[in-house]
Design a protein around this ligand. Structure first.
Ligand code: SAH
Ligand code: SF4
Ligand code: F3S
Length: 469
């Protein structure tokens, strides 16, 4: 899964949870998409308990920071943010500041009193306690709740979503894979899935409320298992596709070891199951993959990629790479570059190894010198950018894409942006008929490594299906 830039409600136009006179809560989210959905769950819960939702921290009685612990850098950003929040507390001494999420789970009581600001620390499985802990905090008591659960999925809590086109839907929580570099199994606990029927109902409701796209979320969605019927992830995708045939359905993240033929065939069978797979490989060296406890070899991984491409030739692929894992040699690094050249991913998220206390790899040390890690990472990034650029120039120019319109482009508000089924960002000139949430057709005319540019075209034979949407 992908670390997102900081998201806050100030970026949204309308806040459905606005409520005058009540205590106001402001939330900021770091980390992955699951954290974004968790923040929506927290807002849903607090709104149901009488809280209003603040758009800006200065209006808030409660500031919550939902945090990520996956790399050192993610945690540093939160500490820096706490410094920036100090003036709010000085200005309003009764303000309550709380840390939620994976850092709360990892650092626990070490966070209480941080920067003379933090009065509340709540881990990912304890959000139901928030209303009670907040009451205590208003009465001047510090609060901490960091127990992990084997069953909590917040299945009955309606997330308060602040954006109306594309929704995140968590289908499971936790992870049992224990990759040796990864803190997530320790911050999120054991793997557990929500019942299939309740996910399908949520997706149907989102469609009825005008959402056009959902992304089903889990650290490893491929091991989804309906606790009631024993249905697997492919069954869940098929059930969603049958229930809302016009809705775009995406998912994150896949583990290569569990990427089954059945799942690939199911994706191919339904047009609105988006043809995009994020398939983190981490390294191109078998020795490093074994040390990472990833459970596959390069050969097995490549076999999965071949299978995906044989069944869905136009399916886009992206990956995650870690540079400079402990003991990584120049030869291992070259093997990663070679893998990138072999697979030719559409995109990749590339990270420098960051040792996390408590993981197995922590004990093995961090022996690749910083400057070597940086050099290797830069080589990986440069190669991947070149490949993405080549793919976009060679395969995308002239191609017609169905694009879901997201709104004005961030760089140039006169241009609009949307996303292809294959998850690529497309920029196009806005016309009066096009609104946020429209499904349009765009012919690609130009491309960089990260963005496509095109013109809107009418496709009459598809118009009926588009109008239904
Ligand atoms: N379950 C998700 C992982 C979420 S973490 C998945 O398997 O995709 C997202 C990515 O962060 C991982 O794929 C990995 O590439 C990277 N990552 C995790 N721990 C890391 C660490 N200690 N140092 C550097 N990158 C890390
Ligand atoms: Fe971490 Fe591995 Fe689980 Fe992903 S699959 S969350 S990398 S332990
Ligand atoms: Fe997500 Fe970061 Fe936690 S990636 S699961 S918020 S450690």
């Amino acid at each position: 899964m992908v670390e997102l830039p900081v998201l806050s409600l100030t970026e949204t136009q309308t806040i459905p949870g606005e409520r005058r006179g009540a205590r106001q809560v402001y939330i900021e989210t770091y980390g992955c998409q699951m954290n974004v959905n968790d923040s929506e769950i927290v807002l849903g819960l607090l709104h149901a308990n009488g809280y209003g939702i603040a758009k800006h921290p200065e209006e808030a009685d409660v500031i919550l920071i939902n945090t990520c612990a996956v790399r050192e850098h993610a945690e540093q950003r939160v500490f820096e943010r706490l410094n920036h929040l100090k003036p709010y507390k000085r200005h309003k001494p009764e303000l309550v500041v709380g840390i939620l999420g994976c850092m709360a789970e990892r650092l626990r009581s070490r966070l209480l009193g941080q920067k003379r600001l933090v009065e509340l620390v709540v881990g990912p499985d304890e959000y139901r306690k928030l209303p009670q802990l907040l009451e205590q905090a208003f009465a001047g008591e510090q609060g901490i709740a960091v127990r992990l659960s084997r069953v909590e999925t917040y299945d009955d809590i309606e997330p308060l979503r602040t954006e109306g086109i594309s929704a995140w839907v968590s289908i499971m929580r936790g992870c049992d894979k224990f990759c040796t570099f990864c803190i997530v199994p320790f911050t999120r606990g054991r793997e557990r899935s929500r019942p299939l029927q309740s996910i399908v109902t949520e997706v149907q409701r989102l469609w009825q409320h005008g959402f056009k796209e959902v992304t089903l979320l889990g650290q490893n969605v491929n091991s989804y298992l309906d606790p009631i019927t024993g249905a697997d992830f492919a069954d869940l995708l098929a059930a969603c596709a049958e229930a809302v045939p016009q809705m775009r359905i995406r998912y994150l993240t896949s583990h290569p070891r569990d990427m089954s033929d059945k799942l690939i065939d199911t994706m191919a069978a339904y047009p609105h199951l988006c043809k995009y797979i994020h398939l983190p490989v981490q390294s191109g060296s078998d020795r490093i993959l074994a040390l990472m406890n990833r459970g596959y070899t390069v050969e097995q991984y490549l076999e999965r990629v071949e299978r995906i491409r044989a069944v869905m030739p136009d399916c886009a692929l992206s990956t995650d790479i870690i540079a400079g894992f402990c003991t990584e040699t120049e030869e291992d690094h070259q093997a990663t570059l070679e893998l990138l050249r072999t697979v030719r991913y559409d995109g990749a998220y590339m990270f420098k190894y960051s040792p996390r206390e408590g993981t197995k790899a922590w004990k093995w040390g961090d022996d690749v010198p910083e400057e070597v890690k940086i050099r290797r990472l830069n080589e990986i990034i440069a190669l991947q950018q070149q490949i993405s650029y080549e793919i976009n120039r060679e395969r995308e120019i002239g191609r017609l894409h169905e694009v879901l319109v997201e709104g004005p482009s961030k760089r140039n508000p006169e241009q609009w942006q949307g996303r292809t089924d294959t998850n690529k960002v497309v920029i196009f000139p806005q016309t009066p008929e096009i609104g946020v949430g429209s499904l349009i057709h765009v012919r690609i005319q130009q491309a960089t490594s990260a963005t496509l540019f095109g013109e809107v075209v009418a496709v009459p034979e598809l118009a009926t299906s588009l109008q239904v949407a």
